[in-house]
Design a binder for this molecule. Structure first.
Ligand code: GDP
Ligand code: MG
Length: 820
């Protein structure tokens, strides 16, 4: 009977929990598992929720929830007692005990017996051998035919295996669950309404790609599934190779090879069904989500949340499944969904999401969902399935391109060539708009300084705000171009292949192929890169990726390298820069390896989707570029602006008018005090106190290091030219952005000459290393906190990078001293 049918004061023993995925899991976690006693504390006929007590806890369940729990009630146990010779653990000797105990024991025994009945549904494509499997397992003689559509309605058969009774249902064959044909609707209805305990997905192993498409749809429904890799004999005969274990992990279900003509594997299949039914091993059957891509997932989530407002639908359906099907315009699901209380809201949301998606991606959600499922299947098979090479097969365009770009010999050269092109575009094409922006900023600064009244406010606007933000703004074109290239690669489908070919390498670092794209994006700006880790399903890989992204040298650090390299190593510029980038990468690899030892291991494999190649639509490329660029702009409008003002303030006060030279004034400003305070820590690295100030200002954003060095050293250089205010400070602004190569005298900017005078080449090298590694900048720090889920990760990352920076800079400095 149902738990909801028990009255106040009665008790029952749980047999099983019906219903669906996450709901079912929650109920199980509350203690409603086979054999546990439930007391009804309060069940008034019209009252909802009902109050129960199970394993000592009081729990209230809604009536619909309680109806999903099957129990043995006292009345049932008593009725069964009248019937003699029932197999049960209950023995006559127990009469000395109290009646209540005997009854309880009886109930438990009955519950266990009932719990040993497993209802199994066979689902699969037509002609994959379901009926043969059904016959051989249950000993029936249903008609087997080598053509589609033999089984038109469900046949039921029973069998015993171990001490379990199986009720097998042979369902009609379908290629999909989209609800177009009566068979598809029939199968779907059966899965939802009769809630089989376990689904056996029968698959024709010799035709995996098509068969797994159905599997991908079953995965959406969040059922407990075991896959029978039927016709395994044919796969073997063809000489194909399949990594069954990995494929099972990727799909989140156990896979058992079977040959239903001969009965091979059937017993193991049934064993596995029992294991899954009893939840013996959570790794065996885990719920996975098929990733439909960021845009679709956004739409799915929106609709799912709206559907979830209706409590009672959750017991019967996976709301994610409903949302996906609803977006696909599925007729049957549309009917169900549009009966809900908030139907207007949901209808409007679907309309909006479909319109948004179509205008951006140039295709309907419906076809994109199908593509995503095939991409999932293709990705899973690419990792696990090797067709025998001597066989010729027809190939479509995507397959042909894949044949080249994932080819054993060509994959890496093509990949590196593309990466090279991306960086080349970023830096060479970016040069032009960079110069325009530089020019604009300079003119704007001039303009403002001519028309504003002399005084602190003018200095703040010209030097603090325009100088500070301007020196960062110049990098915007580089960043946008980088993201444009990345969006192009992503939307065309190539990035997925890049992740795929990098997967093996990344695994060696304890990461996942999907970690690779965010790492590349980190060369632009760490903030959007950290956001991009959201596509990584494994928490562990995601965390590590987030933590090593700060070691990817972002564009903000570039001006510092340009400055220092230009001043000290003009002959070996390229090599030194490459060395710095490589050092970041190498340290990232080592860090990842070390961290993967310490971060809790949930390293589950996930499918890397391989979507078909497509010409990207302009709209979606620009939208994606813009979205990433926006995060960078945000950083500029907020943190960089604030930090520029703070740094200016610290450098300007106190004693602004007291000294004759800017150098003296700087030295006696707040920033000078702070710089001197931390100088002893930096001394072993060969840095002077001004560099300490530069490093401090880089906490706001690394771009700021150059502009504040400009302020500090210009003071020294031009101190003779003018007073503490007026002209000399104007020069600092020019110096700050002049470092990108403008104000050149004898091949070097003033700042560069000032640096040459103040520090040694060895210290300069160490400085670059320090800047590369230390503290990830405020915006990244905040992003880490948000994405990794807690301050502890952000703080941990800050501490780690600062220590790493110090140690590496020290080593580099000491070694460099020997040679330079
Ligand atoms: P259904 O449409 O899924 O019910 O498939 P059937 O059970 O009717 O089987 C379709 C055809 O495949 C029949 O000719 C079976 O004899 C054959 N068949 C079923 N299982 C296997 C198997 O494991 N190996 C091979 N080689 N053939 C099989
Ligand atoms: Mg059949």
């Amino acid at each position: 009977m149902k738990l909801s049918e028990l009255k106040t004061g009665e008790r029952g023993v749980v047999v099983r929990v019906n219903g669906h995925g996450s709901f079912r899991k929650r109920i199980l976690e509350m203690g409603f598992i086979n054999g546990n006693v439930v007391n009804v504390v309060m069940n008034a006929p019209l009252k909802d929720p009902i109050e129960y007590e199970v394993i000592g806890y009081k729990i209230s369940l809604r009536r619909e929830e309680a109806a999903m729990i099957e129990v043995i009630g006292e009345s049932e146990a008593l009725a069964a007692e009248q019937t003699p010779n029932r197999a049960s653990g209950f023995s006559q000797e127990d009469t000395s005990c109290e009646d209540a105990d005997i009854l309880a024991a009886k109930m438990k025994a009955l519950a266990e017996e009932r719990g040993h009945v497993i209802r199994v549904a066979l689902v699969g494509n037509p002609n994959c051998g379901k009926t043969s499997l059904f016959n051989i397992a249950s000993g029936s003689h249903e008609h087997v035919g080598n053509y589609s559509g033999v089984t038109v309605d469900a046949k039921e058969g029973r069998l015993r295996h171990k001490d379990y009774e199986f009720i097998l249902v042979d369902l009609p064959g379908t290629y999909s669950l989209s609800g177009f044909s009566p068979e598809e609707l029939y199968v779907r209805k059966n899965l939802v309404e009769n809630t089989p305990d376990v689904v056996i997905n029968v698959v024709d192993s010799s035709n995996l790609e098509r068969n797994l498409y159905l599997t991908a749809q079953i995965i959406d429904m969040n059922l407990r599934v075991v896959m029978a890799l039927n016709m395994f004999d044919e796969l073997e005969a063809k000489g194909d190779e399949l990594d069954i274990k990995t494929l099972g992990q990727l799909l989140g279900m156990p896979l058992i090879p079977t040959v239903s003509k001969t009965g091979r594997g059937i017993s193991e299949l049934l064993d596995t069904v029992i294991k899954v039914y009893e939840n013996a091993d959570p790794q065996l059957a885990r719920h996975i989500h098929i990733n439909h891509g960021a845009e679709l997932e956004h739409s799915i989530d929106r609709i799912k949340l709206l559907i979830q407002k209706n409590e009672d639908i959750r017991y019967r359906y996976s709301t994610r499944y409903l949302a996906i099907k609803y977006l696909e315009n599925d007729k049957d699901v549309t009917e169900t969904v549009e009966k809900l209380a908030n139907r207007d809201e949901i209808i409007a949301a679907r309309f909006e999401e479909q319109k948004r998606f179509e205008s951006m991606m140039g295709t309907t959600p419906e076809s994109a969902i199908i593509d995503a499922k095939y991409a999932f299947v293709k990705g899973a098979l690419a990792e696990t399935y090797k067709p025998c090479t001597t066989r010729k097969k027809r190939r479509n365009i995507t397959d042909r391109i894949d044949g080249v770009v994932t080819n054993r010999w060509f994959a890496f050269p093509i990949f590196i060539l593309l990466l090279y092109l991306v960086f080349e575009c970023t830096f060479t094409l970016g040069e032009y708009p960079m110069q325009w922006i530089e020019w604009l900023v300079e003119k704007f600064g001039d303009f403002v300084s001519t028309y504003m009244k002399e005084g602190a406010l003018k200095d703040l606007v010209v030097d603090g705000i325009i100088g500070g933000v301007g020196s960062v703004l110049v990098f915007l074109p580089n960043i946008l171009i980088l993201y444009l290239c990345i969006s192009l690669l992503e939307d065309s489908g190539y990035m997925a292949r890049a992740a795929f070919i990098m997967d093996k390498l990344m695994h060696k670092m304890g990461l996942h192929g999907k970690s690779f794209i965010p790492m590349i994006m980190g060369f632009g700006c760490n903030v959007p890169a950290i956001m991009a880790t959201r596509t990584i399903e494994s928490l562990k890989s995601r965390l590590i990726t987030i933590l090593i992204i700060p070691l990817m040298s972002c564009a903000g650090r570039l001006p510092i390298y340009i400055l220092v390299v230009g001043a000290f190593f003009p002959k070996y510029g390229g090599a030194v820069m490459l060395g710095i980038y490589l050092l970041g990468i190498v340290l990232a690899v080592i860090s990842a390896k070390v961290m993967s030892r310490f971060i809790k291991d949930d390293d589950l494999p996930f499918v890397m989707e391989l979507p078909p190649y497509r010409v990207p639509t302009a709209k979606s490329v620009f939208r994606h570029t813009w979205e990433k660029g926006k995060q960078y702009l945000h950083k500029m409008a907020g943190i960089i602006l604030v930090c520029s003002i703070i740094i200016w303030f610290l450098g300007y006060f106190p004693n602004h008018k007291k000294y004759d030279t800017v150098a003296e004034q700087q030295e006696n400003s707040y920033i000078g005090y702070i710089g001197k305070a931390i100088a002893p820590v930096l001394e072993p690295l060969g840095f002077d106190w001004r560099m300490g100030v530069g490093i401090l200002s880089g906490i706001g954003a690394k771009e700021l290091v150059v502009s504040s060095l400009g302020v500090m050293y210009s003071a020294e250089e031009v101190s003779s030219a003018g007073g503490p205010d007026g002209d000399s400070n104007r020069d600092t602004a020019v110096l700050a952005d002049g470092t990108a190569g403008e104000v050149v005298e004898g091949g070097n900017t003033m700042l560069q000459r000032a640096l040459q005078k103040s520090i040694t080449p060895a210290a300069a090298l160490a400085f670059m290393v320090f800047v590369l590694l230390y503290f990830p900048c405020i915006a990244t720090f905040v992003a880490i906190k948000q994405e990794a889920g807690g301050w502890k990760w952000a703080i941990g990352s800050a501490v780690y990078t600062i220590i790493l920076a110090w140690i590496m800079a020290f080593i580099v400095y000491r070694i460099a001293l020997l040679f330079l």
